[in-house]
Write a protein that binds this ligand. Structure first.
Ligand code: IPM
Ligand code: MG
Length: 371
């Protein structure tokens, strides 16, 4: 297959982790006979520095015309600490989500036995954790009316949802649940918020079309607690934009490292794939960041393009590196490897260059090739 992929490196560690994904995608193309064509475009602080605009029109056009978008990270400390900044990197990402109608953000959370010791949760609570968060991404308080009074003493952020916005992501989440353990939990605050009551109503109606899926309803405050107490109870979590933002960061620590988790944002046109970690500016350019969140996002991209065997091969490569202890500094602060080395190893795995059953004690890595 020939596919056009828009690549947005973005800020901080974005370029170096996304670079590893491209290496792995190239290996996939070579092994499985595909051709991926990449078009690089700008977004975030990088785009502000170069063009004054966090999301140049050209980026929107390239993304609209692509089969998929691979994105690194967004954000820079110089904007975080300046609440008066008129232009912010994050505006680029929010506008891209809206322009491409990327209404569903899908974040799988799984655990790896070799990383259990890094999780703040007790090992017994980590077994069988396998959930996917469906976060609504183009509505709610993020995109409602905003206002700051002239005297600067009062501010407003409005939260609105309509039936259509709730319905389209709910259908996706139910269909996804049908392919898994057939259990969906709607997380809301229906005891307080009108928008949450509309979510419940619409989800209850839609549930009638998916009789095989068991539906639970949970208030967001309780859900935040349950995620830590008993995460294996969740299969598919469906929730609105802001709750999803908060809960997905909370859920990400279950796996042991924020650097491991991928995400997909899908909608009516081309979909976007990005690791859930941020731009991690302190690590930028040091070749120490964990590229696995990005590489697993590339695997989700392959799945989305219908390349399931290819995606499974990339995931097997990731598991291979973890099981042999080839990890970055966030996972093992003593025996760690560089961002580039992890990318090279996963590429080599995809290219079938690694000997089976190798023993880490007898491995030496030189120029990414195992001898
Ligand atoms: C995320 C991020 C974004 C969000 C920021 C960078 C605007 O936190 O993708 O979860 O809040 O949606
Ligand atoms: Mg977030």
């Amino acid at each position: 297959m020939n596919k056009n992929i828009a690549v947005i490196f973005g800020d901080g560690i974005g370029p170096e982790v996304t670079g590893q994904s491209i290496k792995v995608l190239d290996a996939v193309a070579a092994r499985f006979g595909h051709s991926f064509h990449y078009t690089h475009c700008l977004m975030g602080a990088d785009a502000i520095d170069k063009t004054g605009n966090p999301l140049p029109d050209e980026t929107i056009e390239v993304c609209l015309g692509s089969d998929a978008i691979l994105f690194g990270a967004i954000g820079h400390p110089k904007y975080d600490n300046d609440p008066t900044a008129k232009v912010r990197p994050e505006q680029g990402l929010l506008k891209l989500r809206k322009s491409l109608q990327l209404y569903a953000n899908i974040r799988p959370v799984s655990t790896y036995p070799s990383l259990h010791h890094l999780s703040p949760l007790k090992p017994k609570n980590l077994e069988h954790v396998d959930m996917v968060i469906f976060r609504e991404l183009t509505g709610g308080i993020y995109f409602g009316k905003k206002h700051l009074s002239e005297d600067g003493n009062e501010a407003l952020d409005e939260c609105t949802y309509n039936r259509n916005e709730i319905g389209r992501i709910s259908h996706l989440a139910f269909q996804y649940a049908q392919g898994r353990r057939k259990h969906l939990t709607l997380v809301d605050k229906a005891n307080v918020l009108e928008t949450s009551r509309l979510w419940r109503k619409v989800v209850q109606e839609i549930a009638a079309d998916y009789q095989d899926v068991k539906v639970d309803y949970m208030f967001v405050d309780n859900a935040a607690m349950q995620l830590m107490l008993n995460p294996k109870q969740f299969d598919v979590i469906l929730t609105e934009n802001m709750f999803g933002d908060i809960l997905s960061d909370e859920a990400s620590i279950i796996s042991g490292s924020l650097g491991m988790l991928p995400s997909a944002s899908v909608g009516t046109g081309s979909a976007l794939f990005e690791p859930i970690h941020g731009s991690y500016p302190q690590a930028a350019g040091k070749d120490i960041a964990n590229p696995i969140g990005s590489i697993l996002s590339a695997a989700m991209l392959l799945d989305h393009l219908g390349m399931t065997e290819e995606a499974a091969t990339v995931r097997a490569g990731v598991e291979w590196t973890l099981s042999y202890g080839f990890v970055t500094k966030d996972i093992d602060a003593v025996n760690y490897y560089s961002t580039t080395t992890i990318g090279d190893l996963i590429r080599d795995f995809v290219e079938q260059k690694l000997p089976a059953g190798v023993d880490r004690e007898h491995l030496s890595i030189s120029k990414s090739t195992i001898i």
